[in-house]
Design a protein around this ligand. Sequence first.
Ligand SMILES: Nc1ncnc2c1ncn2[C@@H]1O[C@H](COP(=O)(O)OP(=O)(O)OP(=O)(O)O)[C@@H](O)[C@H]1O
Length: 221
Amino acid sequence: MGQASAASLVVGSLVWLEDPDEAWIDGEVVEINKEDIKVLCTSGQTVTVKASKIYPKDAEAPPCGVDDMTKLAYLHEPGVLQNLRSRYDMNEIYTYVGNILIAVNPFTRLPHLYNSHMMAQYKGAGFGELSPHPFAVADASYRLMMNEGISQSILVSGESGAGKTESTKLLMRYLAYMGGRAAVEGGRTVEQQVLESNPVLEAFGNAKTVRNNNSRWDYVP
Ligand SMILES: Nc1ncnc2c1ncn2[C@@H]1O[C@H](COP(=O)(O)OP(=O)(O)OP(=O)(O)O)[C@@H](O)[C@H]1O
């Protein structure tokens, strides 16, 4: 999907091509011979590939990436990966594609992203108004539930170790913050009680796997 055709390429076009080590490398078209395209890569090497193996590169894409990938000129694999990488390099681990949130596992604690000040900021903010964040997804879903009176679902998917459990905990923390602060029972808020139940569930449902020291088997009846 999104490959270039020989007709759309000219000498000087910026392109992406697959690389066995780097996944994708970028370069500039220096010669076109029917379907055979010669590319001078930014790594310095020159390679000749079929036009169908080449993807156009957006010359206007900002170097720090975009926070919503629907703004990208090309929504193909190299474009998406380049955008996520540029943002990750700046510790921006969350990016939207429309109303879908993509999270890249930081494998390090980023507490400033999840404190109560952040939750207060996302409370009632329009979706897309602030930086992409699980709190924004939770807030949109909470407001739809309250305003429309319709049950909501948030689908969290990804491979083992991608960060589904951590993301789900953030969603739960925000929902508990929104809905449970007032109801105090036995000196502890509903928010505290919901969050404190998590280690108990983890103790029964988690195991160490190849991809994740804390892999979780989630089952919601
Ligand atoms: N937002 C985050 N901030 C900090 N660390 C994170 C974050 N997301 C994931 N991690 C780290 O990655 C590890 C694996 O994440 P997590 O357990 O959420 O993956 P998972 O997708 O639920 O995996 P599995 O499918 O195996 O249960 C966590 O234990 C944590 O160390």
